[in-house]
Design a protein around this ligand. Structure first.
Ligand code: S3P
Length: 179
């Protein structure tokens, strides 16, 4: 693999609860690359949590801030955990194509619901528990399937620890040397 291709940033997409942040941190450590979480960057710019941006200014404002963060992402030697909805807008998908290799982490909605803590602060799940939460996750995943499928790779996370997902991603990228 040429070094330009080998050094391309890795972008992790997929639903909340697929482990983008935990897996991204592990990948960064294995490759010796920096790790960036786009939600954290949005929060740093806005100086308030994502939940507050949604409550105070609405989802559209959050998406504007998210878009600005996506534009600044480095194209080389970074592992980037995207917010679960970052790939939904077609303009964002076009932008992200030039930023690096897009990898979709996937899992069944039941698995996602079991992984997300009960007191989770994600605004798109606010007030939902049990079966209603699973249903919401299923609906969102279905709505977003076409966007997630635009990724170059899909890695199933259902029965895997973050370490095993990290190894599977490295393998799928031909980077067994770092696994
Ligand atoms: C969102 C997922 C969240 C965060 C925001 C919206 C989504 O990120 O960006 O709450 O639209 O799926 P995670 O996927 O990191 O939870």
């Amino acid at each position: 693999m040429g070094s330009a291709r080998r050094d391309r940033s890795i972008l992790l997409t997929g639903m909340m609860g697929t482990g983008k942040t935990s897996v991204g941190r592990l990948l960064g450590r294995r490759l010796g690359w920096r790790f960036i979480d786009t939600d954290e960057r949005v929060e740093a710019h806005a100086a308030v949590p994502v939940r507050t941006i949604f409550e105070r200014d609405g989802e559209a404002r959050f998406r504007e801030l998210e878009r600005a963060v996506l534009e600044e992402l480095p194209t080389r030697r970074a592992v980037i955990a995207l917010g679960g909805g970052a790939v939904v807008a077609a303009e964002n998908r076009t932008l992200l194509r030039d930023k690096g290799t897009l990898v979709w982490l996937d899992a069944d909605p039941e698995v996602l619901a079991a992984r997300l803590p009960a007191d989770d602060e994600r605004p798109l799940l606010a007030g939902l528990e049990g079966a209603a939460r699973v249903e919401r996750l299923r609906q969102l995943r279905n709505e977003r399937l076409a966007a997630y499928r635009s990724a170059e790779l899909r890695v199933a996370t259902d029965d895997r620890t973050p370490e095993a997902v990290c190894a599977a991603v490295l393998c799928a990228l031909g980077r067994e040397d770092a696994a």
